[in-house]
Design a protein around this ligand. Sequence first.
Ligand code: ZN
Ligand code: ZN
Length: 175
Amino acid sequence: MAEAQEWKVLYYEDGVPVYACAYHPDRETTLRCGRCGRPICTQCAVLTDVGYRCPDCVAELRGRFYHATPRHVVTALLAAAGLGWLAGLVGGVLASFLGIWSIFLVLPLAGGVAEGIWRAGARHRAPHLHVYAAAVVLLTGILGVFSGLFFLPINLPFALIAVAVVTAVVYRRVQ
Ligand SMILES: [Zn+2]
Ligand SMILES: [Zn+2]
């Protein structure tokens, strides 16, 4: 608990810090891993017979940090391809109707894509998974934008910004 200050504090309540989940930077939580002290949300917490543990400690105790099988990686990347394409299409449509204001809808969209990829891989980590997932989302996202061009006059610059935002969020979250 000595390095408690390295965890992200969302806000202070009566001087007491309320932390963000170490795996979900936008989720507040009061739960902490009993081994390393890392703040974890109820979704990330793993209940072991010695109390709540964070996924990293659980993986470490199992002797493996990366525990995704090739199947998890393939499923996650397939989800990245499908969701990336959809995000490009939806982002493009939003961009053409809302212009710069679409950014407010693109952020939750990006969060949904990242969460979807993470879940498709059953929340298993793999080396460089976030890099591959982001690359797939970028490519299929651009394809999605161009698919939208067939039936709508898409606002191309904002649509591509939307794809870039989704890619960045996936890169940061899927790890
Ligand atoms: Zn831990
Ligand atoms: Zn969490």
